[in-house]
Design a protein around this ligand. Structure first.
Ligand code: HEM
Length: 555
């Protein structure tokens, strides 16, 4: 008996059926695969496995099934399960055959060490990266990451952000103007902030704003399509071959670019027919506009045309990176990562802050007074560096960052050249006595932390679910720097957020402008705490699926 396979040429009507694979061969392969999986699971829990001494559930140590169940079947809920594991097993737990998770901020600098101490990203974590597979964000190897990051870093240095700060000022005012002119119509606050952060990101990085703030409504924007791209990523981690489908659809392989150029119009029409307007716009941006812009920048540089303004592409193309790092496909991947990393993070942080300020009038009043005093009365916003000196404004932003988490799901690192030694204390459930804990995490194994867990460590952040900006200030109204160690919103170390300066510039300027100009006229609309509360993650934190978003109205 043999299984039947179909070979298709371009027209389905001309499919040819052929008998190719004997059934017995299929069963043999299947049996071998099952035996292999059992042997692997047995090895993973054997006393010889280097992580055998790390506490945690046996099934998680043996297989990836628990992670699969919570992240793929229950969707984005492994972080919740890991939190329970810490309550049961202590600050260091083994969450999968090759990965350890830590819930102690004192270990942050060991896990997320700086440049000279090598830290890879675990392959399992980036296997589903799809469209951003060639960006720094998904680069596994430490040295390759350093090379790519160094080329990008100067573009995001504080001095560069200050040079381009006027762009953010202009867009902040556009955001406020647009909200204020839509009196009486409820709107999705996160979509509005997403339009703002996308315009900033594209203006700052690509040299031209995508104009989401100048279009008539808040739609289209990239919020939903970016989440749609992220949705299958948990699945790709386990079945990476599925990713190639997405990669092919998104156009990051050169052969696809060729195909696209040949049949672009036909594809564009068929894509547009099948997907929503904003998804079609994102696909077009990433498969046509960005590659074209990179190609044009390349041609300009080759022909000696000097551009008035440097873009991120110009900066990378003129950098010391080797030629194979400067291909259109790789730079498109980097641009996609910037779009994903630099837009929804900012807009979600602002949404969380907005919710809390609009539900806490005294807090809003205190902030309004502080920001109001910093104004010189000219109608112009103070500079980012002036606003940074306002203690309460800074405290509100830090508290907003804490409860918006940044990347909420765990992000792990692999120390390749040294074993990590953890020493700490833990009070087991139901006990009054703290016990000391010591573990060696051998080199070559992943160890990570999750902001959605660390930010609720009651020792560092008492009453951690409440929005309390004051916790960031000491009695002299100075920022409590030691608390920042427990803030993982931007991650830490050599792979921490590269866009942190730009993010802070956006947050300070937009929050100050919204406080002075918009919040006095803005009310929440059918929005409760459930709409901003962490429920599960899709890298970014997500509220309950039934949430209709953070909505407000200007009266
Ligand atoms: C509130 C705003 C932001 C938050 C909370 C945030 C958070 C983060 C976090 C947690 C990481 C580390 C991810 C990991 O370890 O896997 C990261 C990396 C990154 N972020 Fe941000 N981000 C923000 C804004 C931005 C902006 C505005 C940009 C650029 C326009 C940006 C670009 C990047 C890039 C390129 C990386 C990868 C860095 C690397 O792998 O070396 N982010 N971000």
């Amino acid at each position: 008996m043999a299984l039947r396979a179909y070979v298709w040429d371009l027209s389905p009507s001309r499919g040819i059926a052929i008998d190719v694979v004997p059934k017995s061969l299929i069963f043999t392969i299947l049996a071998a695969w099952i035996i292999y999986q059992f042997t692997k699971a047995a090895w993973n829990v054997s006393p010889l496995h280097p992580l055998n001494h790390i506490p945690g559930p046996k099934l998680a140590a043996a297989t990836y099934l628990p992670e699969f169940y919570y992240d793929v079947v229950k969707f984005g809920r492994y972080t919740n399960r890991i939190k329970q594991m810490h309550e049961q097993y202590g600050p260091i737990v083994r969450i999968s055959p090759n990965e350890v998770h830590c819930n102690d901020a004192r270990f942050v600098d060991e896990i997320y060490a700086l440049g000279s101490r090598k830290r890879n990203k675990p392959l399992h974590q980036v296997r589903g990266a799809g469209t951003v597979a060639h960006a720094i964000f998904a680069t596994v190897d430490h040295d390759t990451h350093r090379m790519r990051r160094t080329a990008l870093a100067k573009f995001f240095a504080r001095s560069q952000v200050q040079r381009l700060e006027s762009k953010v000022h202009k867009l902040v005012q556009q955001l406020c103007d647009k909200i204020l002119t839509r009196k009486g119509t409820p709107f999705d606050v996160t979509a509005a902030y997403s339009c703002f952060s996308t315009d900033v990101m594209t203006d700052y990085c690509f040299g031209e704003s995508y104009g989401f703030l100048t279009q008539e409504s808040w739609e289209p924007n990239f919020r939903k399509p970016l989440y749609a791209l992220l949705r299958p990523v948990f699945l790709f981690r386990f079945f990476p071959f599925l990713m190639y489908l997405s990669v092919a659809l998104s156009g990051y392989v050169p052969s696809f670019e060729e195909v696209y150029q040949k049949h672009g119009e036909l594809m564009r029409r068929s894509i547009t027919k099948r997907v929503s307007n904003d998804m079609a716009l994102l696909i077009k941006t990433l498969t046509v506009d960005v590659p074209n812009q990179i190609q044009k920048t390349k041609t300009d540089i080759d022909t000696g045309i000097v551009r008035k303004e440097t873009t991120v592409f110009g900066s990378l193309l003129e950098s010391e990176l080797p030629r194979n790092e400067k291909t259109v496909a790789r730079l498109t991947s980097e641009a996609t990562a910037l779009l994903s990393a630099g837009t929804e993070t900012v807009s979600w942080t602002m949404s969380v802050i907005t919710y809390h300020l609009l539900t806490k009038p005294q807090m809003l009043e205190r902030l309004t007074n502080e920001v109001g005093q910093a104004h010189d009365g000219s109608g112009q916003l103070p500079s980012w560096s002036t606003l940074e000196k306002l203690p309460f404004l800074g405290a509100v932003i830090f508290e907003g960052l804490r409860l918006s988490y940044g990347v909420a799901s765990r992000t792990a690192r692999v120390a390749t050249e040294e074993d990590l030694v953890y020493r700490g204390h833990w009070t087991p459930r139901g006990s009054q006595t703290s016990v000391s804990v010591e573990h060696i995490i051998p080199r070559g194994f992943a160890v990570g932390m999750s902001s959605a867990i660390t930010h609720h460590n009651e020792e560092a952040f008492p009453d951690s679910h409440s929005f309390v900006p004051e916790r960031w200030l000491d009695e002299k109204m100075q920022r409590r720097r030691e608390l920042e160690r427990s803030l993982l919103s931007f991650s830490k170390g050599s792979r921490a957020c590269i866009g942190m300066n730009l993010a802070f510039c956006e947050l300070y300027l937009s929050l100050a402008a919204m406080t002075i100009r918009v919040y006095p006229h803005m009310r929440l609309y059918h929005t409760t705490e459930a709409d901003i509360k962490y429920d599960h993650d899709m890298f970014n934190p997500m509220p309950k699926a039934s949430s209709e978003g953070v909505r407000a109205i200007v009266i």
